[in-house]
Design a protein around this ligand. Structure first.
Ligand code: 13P
Ligand code: SF4
Length: 363
């Protein structure tokens, strides 16, 4: 019998802390814990490796441990399962830790879009499908079998450059902002990037708009990063004109255009870590990471501020709590695997094609 999660939800964080440490000691090298930068501190501190989506994918692929416990969201644990050996086991401490952006594209809608695009042009001849890693495994498999590729916020430019060498156009899903921000920095004008509204026939586009487009952007977005607005930058700069602005590329075009730096969570951390002491930063990314950066670098006189006046955390990342982590680890100690993420072999094989292409072109 598996130990039930209900009993763990009654534990306080300190009890969980001690139990997690003890379980990690018992499991030794058979366990690796991967932690995304958006994880809350009580979980993040237990990770063997921390990183952005690309770095953690590489860690999962390189890991020798029998159990890969992913403190992140569902698509990340799927990638760990796909890139690890078949005998390794990927675990997500709470199965409800999804990603609302990833849920904005599903295979049915993407297949339908491909069929509609094929009425206007030869999609397989002229479009490279690119999925952001924030997507379900079957969408990565779709890209794998259509000569496409996966990207992360770190390598989106390299991936788009590769994609345009294959075919003249890109269908980019699910995040319109990452696609638009990256395309624009590559010199693609805004009017060559059209938005595919998956709720409308033929994406709400005319045949001519599709013919003229370089990038067809899926109408998806991140509910956390859409909270950041360019007026927040203006207001803050009125008070502190010396502020440097740094944003994750899931933020809107307007916010990214007003930013001094744009990049992944790993890039944001590196930039602030390497900045001059006594500098002020306004950051457009998730709150747990921004708070951690502020605490880590305040002794250097660095002031790190969250861009939005409202508290906006990634509520699904937050579902991974010390209680769930203690639960999965103590079950492993007792010989039970709970919350395994297992991608069907045929899907995993095709998704791996698209992931391997990404790893090959990544910096
Ligand atoms: P990174 O790959 O930059 O960590 O981003 C992941 C993510 O989900 C951001 O919202
Ligand atoms: Fe998904 Fe946004 Fe959360 Fe990132 S911050 S995991 S994109 S919902």
């Amino acid at each position: 019998m598996n130990a039930a999660i209900q009993a763990y939800t009654l534990l306080d964080d300190e009890d969980c802390e001690a139990r997690i440490i003890a379980a990690r000691e018992t499991l030794g090298d058979s366990l690796v814990i991967l932690g995304h930068h958006y994880q809350r501190d009580e979980v993040f501190r237990h990770a063997n490796f921390t990183g952005d989506s690309l770095k953690l994918s590489r860690q999962a692929a390189a890991s020798r441990a029998m159990y890969i416990v992913f403190c992140g969201v569902h698509f990340m644990a799927e990638v760990a399962d796909i890139l690890s050996r078949p005998d390794q086991i990927a675990i997500l401490p709470d199965m409800s830790a999804g990603c609302s952006m990833a849920d904005m594209a599903d295979l049915q809608h993407v297949e339908a879009a491909w069929a509609e695009l094929s009425e206007v042009l030869d999609a397989d001849e002229s479009i490279t499908p690119v999925t952001y890693i924030n997507s379900a495994a079957d969408l990565k498999a779709f890209c794998g079998r259509h000569g496409g590729i996966v990207c992360t916020s770190t390598n989106a430019r390299n991936v788009l450059e590769w994609s345009f060498k294959q075919r003249e156009k890109v269908l980019f899903f699910p995040d319109q902002h990452l696609g638009r921000n990256t395309g624009y920095t590559m010199g693609i004008p805004l009017d060559k990037m059209v938005v595919w509204d998956f709720d409308k026939p033929r994406g709400g586009l005319t045949g001519e708009q599709i013919q003229q487009a370089k990038i067809i952007l899926w109408k998806g977005f991140c509910s956390v990063h859409q909270m950041f607005q360019s007026e927040q930058i203006d207001n803050f700069k009125q008070k502190y004109p010396e502020t440097k602005i740094i944003s994750h590329p899931e933020s809107s075009f307007e916010v990214c255009q007003k930013s001094d730096y744009i990049g992944s969570t790993e890039y944001i951390i590196k930039t602030i870590r390497e900045a001059e002491p006594n500098t002020r930063w306004l950051v457009a990314t998730e709150l747990n990471l921004v708070n951690r950066l502020h605490d880590q670098y305040k002794h250097e006189g660095k002031n790190v501020h969250f861009m939005s006046p409202n508290v906006c955390m990634c509520s699904t990342m937050f579902r991974i709590d010390p209680q769930h982590l203690a639960w999965v680890l103590e079950n492993l100690v007792a010989g039970h695997v709970v919350n395994q993420i297992s991608v069907p072999a045929d899907v995993a094989e095709q998704a791996k094609l698209a992931l391997d292409r990404m790893l090959e072109v990544s910096p």
